[in-house]
Design a protein around this ligand. Structure first.
Ligand SMILES: Cc1cc2nc3c(=O)[nH]c(=O)nc-3n(C[C@H](O)[C@H](O)[C@H](O)COP(=O)(O)O)c2cc1C
Length: 446
């Protein structure tokens, strides 16, 4: 039997970076209308998707020209809500669809997050995943008391300790601790409720968690770090990994690096899937899909591109001279503790150490990054199913894809569900119905 894929959809950007005005997006309804999200959840469940995912960022981009102005004007990476109450509501109009939620271990406290996710796991009946991020963004950090980003490696040290604390808290009350015996009045067996007494470099937490163990016990843990240190953190705790990487050999390399790190942690690589980012436009005809992709280049002006790149890379690109050396710039960016994985490193990989490139070329490529044009695959259901099958094999046939940031919502998600999913089902590559009781069970189906 062919290995089946898992599919999630990232709905974090439905209204961001110009998508809200693309033909096929909601008209007369704007973010954060709860009705839109209820409808999206029903559509995703009709397609038997594993999970609807929400990434997060907590600052309005302000790196470009040291100001929020451009981002505020063009809706770049803002507005964003804390999606936890939205997920609670969406779970009431669905029965199987999982929900992924993101918090930054750099800023949050593990006790608060462990308790919140435990409650959400109850509300959703065991359908919660937690995407743990470090956050590479200065405007996020500035809201939590940081003048500078925490050092890249230290962010991941903190993340590992954060998750270790969460896991200990989720285990601090045994699944069978509660008795609720009317006769005797005993609520819980005290022998099954244990403090964790955690004391580490970043956190001091006594525990136990003062909640009822949730259906999944631990929510599904997801991590997306792409650097070697980020991959090591995934190997330490992630049940599933998110990864970018368009090309087949990038996928192979990420899979190999993760497998090596998992073995070093004493874990079985067969059990940890990667959901690779896949930005898709699927239409009945190829011409329609390609036209949809070309429209992306009209979504936002240059100032908005600058705000987007500066925010995500952590560098004010308004200061770029007419020509610059990508190698020197990459080294300067790395020295400020921003993520080394970026458009700048891509330029640096393509030119020699002494070479320079123009600001104009950088912004032209930047437009493709900011709009998702450079990573969007457009085609018919057959073409996209061929693409996904080939890349699934290259990525080690474990996990599947995160269908990321549909450009026109709900149109593009409806097309995924009504055109692409039936093609994958016909090929035996995707489920026709849910079989698991929880998200964890659905994600671990072969
Ligand atoms: C599918 C996917 C989802 C991500 N979601 C978020 C997010 O919601 N918020 C965020 O700040 N970073 C997000 N990231 C970025 C990663 O957490 C990470 O910072 C990035 O891959 C750089 O890796 P590094 O920190 O190991 O250098 C995401 C990455 C991927 C591939």
């Amino acid at each position: 039997m062919k290995k089946r894929m898992h599919l999630a959809c990232d709905m974090s950007y439905t209204h961001l970076d110009g998508r809200w005005r693309v033909p096929g997006s909601w008209v007369h309804r704007t973010f954060p209308d709860m009705g839109m999200f209820e409808e999206l959840a029903r559509i995703a469940e009709r397609g038997c998707l594993d999970m609807m995912f929400f990434g997060d960022g907590t600052g309005i981009p302000a790196t470009w020209q040291d100001s929020e102005e451009a981002a505020a004007r063009w809706g770049i990476q803002w507005p964003r809500q804390d999606m936890s109450p939205f997920i609670a509501v969406m779970s009431r109009v669905t029965r199987h669809l999982g929900f992924g939620l993101t918090y930054a271990s750099t800023f949050m406290h593990p006790f608060y997050v462990a308790r919140l996710l435990n409650s959400l796991d109850h509300v959703t009946g065991g359908r919660i995943a937690f995407n743990v991020i470090t956050s590479t963004r200065r405007s996020d950090a500035a809201n939590y008391g940081f003048d500078e980003l925490m050092e890249h490696g230290a962010r991941y040290d903190r993340m590992e300790e954060f998750v270790d604390v969460c896991k200990a808290l989720w285990d601090s009350v045994a699944p069978d601790a509660f008795i609720w015996d009317r006769e005797s009045g005993v609520v819980a067996d005290p022998a099954k409720v244990r403090p964790i007494e955690h004391e580490g470099p970043f956190f001091k937490v006594r525990g136990p968690l003062n909640t009822v163990p949730s259906p999944q016990g631990h929510p599904v843990l997801v991590q997306a770090g792409g650097s070697p240190r980020g991959i090591r953190a995934s190997a330490h705790f992630a049940d599933h990994v998110f990864a970018s990487g368009l090309a087949l050999d990038q996928k192979r390399r990420h899979r190999a690096a993760l497998d090596e790190a998992l073995v070093a942690e004493g874990r079985d690589p067969a059990k940890v899937g990667i959901l690779f980012n896949a930005a898709l436009i699927v239409c009945e005809t190829e011409a329609e899909a390609i036209a949809g992709r070309e429209r992306l280049l009209q979504m936002i002006p240059e100032e908005a591109v600058g705000a987007y790149l500066s925010h995500n890379i952590g560098w004010d690109f308004s200061t770029l001279p007419e020509r610059f050396s990508p190698h020197e710039l990459a080294a300067q960016i790395k020295a400020t503790q921003a993520s080394p994985v970026s458009l700048v490193s891509r330029f640096a990989d393509e030119v020699g150490p002494g070479d320079t490139v123009s600001r104009r070329d950088f912004f032209a490529e930047g437009l493709k990054v900011a709009t998702g044009y450079d990573r969007t695959i457009a085609g018919t259901p057959t073409q996209l199913a061929d693409y996904l099958e080939e890349h699934f094999e290259a990525g080690g046939s474990r996990g599947g894809f995160m269908i990321s940031h549909p450009h026109a919502t709900p149109h593009d998600l409806i097309n995924v569900v009504d055109l692409l999913i039936p093609e994958l089902q016909r090929r035996g590559r995707f489920r026709r119905e849910y079989t698991g009781r929880t998200l964890k069970e659905n994600l671990s189906e072969d």
